[in-house]
Design a binder for this molecule. Structure first.
Ligand code: GDP
Length: 183
């Protein structure tokens, strides 16, 4: 099937971004999610990569465009173009590194500064397979999510646990938010 004709069949295109500290597993979550049908493209000029994945929500076909920082988390120059037009963000920490959880406040501040006001944020505690090195309890993730009004899930990109579910949650939520807006 031609790429062009496929695009025409999609009802919506949603831009989403992956955010969080370096080495929490963003790229692995993305490649795990997009591995079956994906184009991993890069925009070296602004230091990001993105992939597409088509997903059915109800009777709608949604094309999710998912941006990853490609290791450029610390280059703030990309920030505004990274967030521009994004409807959702997956905010990732590593359950085995407390610092990545503590830095979530900084990331949420950035989301509120650069993201759209009704951006959907899904909080993801990744590396759930490393139970023996866990530094952050599930309850800590849950209560932060509740406090900040976010969806929450623990995932393992390595063992493919909840990856599909976390992305689906984000896309479904975006669909709800955008269809309420157009009512
Ligand atoms: P990024 O910098 O946030 O994009 O992180 P990467 O996806 O590059 O992953 C950083 C490191 O964590 C790599 O060595 C990955 O193999 C490892 N990693 C990523 N996800 C998981 C996971 O779910 N479990 C385990 N055990 N390791 C992971």
């Amino acid at each position: 099937m031609m790429a062009g004709s496929f695009d025409d069949e999609c009802d919506y295109l949603f831009k989403t971004v992956l955010i969080g500290d370096s080495a929490v597993g963003k790229s692995n979550l993305l490649s795990r999610y997009a591995r079956d049908e994906f184009h991993l493209d890069s925009k070296p000029t602004i230091g990001v990569e993105f992939a597409y994945r088509n997903i059915k929500v109800g009777d709608k076909l949604i094309k999710a465009q998912i941006w990853d920082t490609a290791g450029q988390e610390r280059f703030r120059a990309i920030t505004s173009s990274y967030y521009r037009g994004a409807l959702g963000a997956m905010l990732v920490y590593d359950i085995t590194r407390r610092a990545t959880f503590e830095n979530l406040k900084k990331w949420l501040y950035e989301v509120r500064q650069f993201g759209s006001p009704d951006m959907v944020v899904v909080l993801v505690g990744n590396k759930s397979d490393l139970a023996q090195s866990r530094q952050i309890n599930v309850e800590d993730g849950q209560s932060l999510a509740q406090l900040e009004g976010l969806c929450f899930m623990e995932t393992s990109a390595r063992e493919n646990v909840n990856v599909e579910e976390a992305f689906r949650e984000m896309i479904t939520k975006i669909h709800q938010v955008t269809s309420q807006k157009t009512l």
